[in-house]
Design a protein around this ligand. Structure first.
Ligand SMILES: [Zn+2]
Length: 284
């Protein structure tokens, strides 16, 4: 992997590995860490898909050694000099960068999936809840433009609490900006696959995450715009228990498929192969 930004002072951190046991966040089962990691952090008792870091996701999706990180220099901006109580946003950025080894809430790059050249953007929830800041949007847009220039399919894996409130309106602007980039892919026939993982909400859901040629969700992922309580209070009705789950959205036609993590790479490769052969047929 050549994703490491040499200018970073801290390596990307992995989960602390001193405890050989991990407890499932949903069913509470104790899982052997090495097996848990080998099984892509899916609980073998209840099937719960725990969150992956961007690096783990890239390793799980792309061919070994094929990833090359791009746009590493793009970082959050703080035009509002935002602070919440005694905590300036600027300080929180520095802390988060040191803790995660990431410069933004998304990692972008070039790589291959089962030998098919692709451009990827993978969000990391550890970085301000995967929120969409101006740097995040810029990276997602630039990676889309790479896909356009190189005529490679674009795959975005989302995991986000929504817009980054510390950047105010600049954050909201990223919704239109990223969608404009994706729109250019569409106009030029470059496939775009959106993978929605737990959770994909707010401004990310309401922009680039929902406009894939194919929208794929992971089992059990929470996918929605506003929270359940807000909706219930607004419409004064109670919602079904599985409301905003990946399976509910599939049933309602909002996502195209729900694919277990273990099968994701193969399924994406199949879709890309199909897109490629349809294009070849069109050309003849
Ligand atoms: Zn479990």
């Amino acid at each position: 992997m050549t994703w490491l930004d040499q200018s970073r002072t801290e390596p990307v951190r992995r989960e602390p590995d001193e405890d050989p046991w991990v407890r499932c966040e949903r069913c509470g089962a104790y899982l052997h860490r090495a097996t848990f990691v080998a099984e892509l952090k899916v609980c073998r008792q209840c099937g719960y898909h725990h969150r992956l870091t961007a690096v783990e996701r890239i390793e799980s999706l792309l061919d070994p050694e094929s990833f090359e990180e791009t746009h590493v220099g793009i970082a959050p901006s703080d035009p509002l000099e935002f602070r919440s109580g005694a905590n300036p946003y600027a300080e929180k950025i520095t802390e988060t960068r040191a803790k995660t080894g990431l410069s933004e809430a998304v990692v972008t790059g070039l790589g291959r999936i089962e030998s098919i050249d692709v451009v990827v953007a993978v969000m990391d929830f550890r970085f301000f809840g995967g929120s969409l800041g101006s740097g995040t949007g810029e990276k997602i847009l630039r990676a889309a433009l790479d896909a356009l220039r190189l005529k490679r399919p674009y795959i975005v894996v989302s995991s986000s609490g929504g817009a980054r409130m510390q950047e105010g309106a600049l954050s909201l602007m990223q919704m239109a900006k990223t969608c404009a980039g994706i729109g250019r892919l569409d106009a030029h026939g470059v496939p775009y696959i959106s993978v929605l993982t737990h959770p994909t909400t707010g401004g990310v859901l309401a922009s680039f995450a929902m406009v894939g040629d194919v929208n794929i969700a992971e089992p059990g992922a929470l996918i929605g715009f506003a929270g359940r309580r807000v909706i219930e209070q607004t419409i004064k009705q109670s919602l079904p228990d599985d409301f905003q789950s990946a399976e509910y959205l599939l049933d309602q036609g909002f996502v195209d498929m729900v694919v277990p993590r273990k099968a994701l790479r193969t399924r994406i490769a199949e879709i890309l192969g199909y897109a490629r052969s349809s294009k070849a047929k069109e050309a003849t």
